[in-house]
Structure formats: C-alpha cells, structure tokens
Design a protein around this ligand. Structure first.
Ligand code: ZN
Length: 184
C-alpha cells in the first residue's frame, strides 16, 4: 500500500485499486488506517473527548450515487444539465476522484454530530485532533486557504491517513499535493 497515494479532482484512484478494508465505528476504511483511527479515538477518549467516524471508505458506485443525487438536486432548482454537472463537482467528487474511494480519507466529527460542519474547527475535539493526529499517521487534508491547491474548500473534518509521513508533512506545513511535488 502506498500511503502517499494522491487522489484528487485531477488524479483518480488507480485502476484495479482495492484496499484491504476493516471496520471502525461501524464504517469501512483501509485496514491500517482503521487501526490507527481506533488508537487515536482511544487516546482522545482518555482526554475526555469523544469522536466518531462519519464516513470512511466509499465505493465508486456509492460515490456515483452521491454525485448524481447532487446533480438532480441542482437540476430541480432550475440548473441546466451542464450547469448542474459543474456545480455538483464543486462539492461532490466524481466517482473514483474522491479520497474516500481509497479508504484513507476519513470524516471525523464529535460523537453526537450527525453531519459535517465548518464550526467543528471550534470544538475541543478538533483542537485535540489537529495537535495530535500526526502522531497517529493522520493529516488535515483540506486546510484553510489551500483550495487552489487541493481543489477543496476548508474541511476541518476530513483527515487523511499517510502513515509514517504524517509528522514530516505536518512539520512542513504543506498540503499533500505540495509535499509530493517538493519531494520529487
Ligand atoms: Zn471527507
């Protein structure tokens, strides 16, 4: 497994890529990532903080359903097919172009949350995660002010498992895209 695998709006999941999956919080994710997440969750718990995995691995078929649902929603409010397609891609990745299709991208929220939200960044849980996630192999994947590079708006809930590279990436202050370019 290449834990530096780059999947974004320009780079799809490689053909024939099927990660070994296991469950954490009832959701599938890549097996080593699942294990690391559970260790991180246990550590957070020791600080009185309860986190939950809202979304882990998504198959390309499920991603397609999410994308089409967004397109239809936009069409129902009057956008043309083409407009709806482009607009939908601003918030939902095309099938195969989402980091969730790798099993290495996780949406993490507080135990009582049932959706993601930007104000998550103000919670104790987020502050703890941002400080400690690299020790468990995770980075915040879509930081604020990096939309031009990552293709995504700021997502304080989306963490990416990069295994042993997490501390190096965190200390570099770079996004995964920037880190990979710089490494070459
Ligand atoms: Zn996500």
């Amino acid at each position: 497994m290449n834990y530096l695998l780059l999947v974004n709006k320009k780079n799809p999941v490689p053909e024939g890529f099927y990660p070994g999956l296991s469950k954490a919080d009832g959701k599938y994710c890549e097996e080593k990532c699942a294990k690391a997440y559970l260790q991180m969750k246990a550590a957070a718990m020791r600080h009185g903080l309860k986190i939950k995995l809202l979304s882990g691995y998504r198959s390309a078929a499920y991603q397609k359903m999410l994308f089409l649902r967004e397109v239809n929603k936009l069409k129902s409010i009057g956008l043309s097919d083409e407009e709806a397609y482009f607009k939908a891609n601003e918030s939902v990745a095309l099938p195969g172009f989402s980091e969730h299709n790798t099993g290495l991208g996780l949406d993490i929220v507080r135990e009582d949350d049932d959706d993601v939200y930007e104000e998550f960044e103000k919670t104790e849980e987020f502050l703890w995660l941002i400080k400690n996630c690299a020790d468990f192999g995770f980075i915040l994947r879509y930081p604020e002010g990096k939309t031009e590079i990552t293709g995504y708006i700021y997502e304080p809930w989306h963490f990416r498992y990069v295994d042993e590279y997490a501390v190096k990436i965190k200390n570099s202050g770079k996004t995964l895209e920037e880190y990979l370019t710089y490494r070459k």
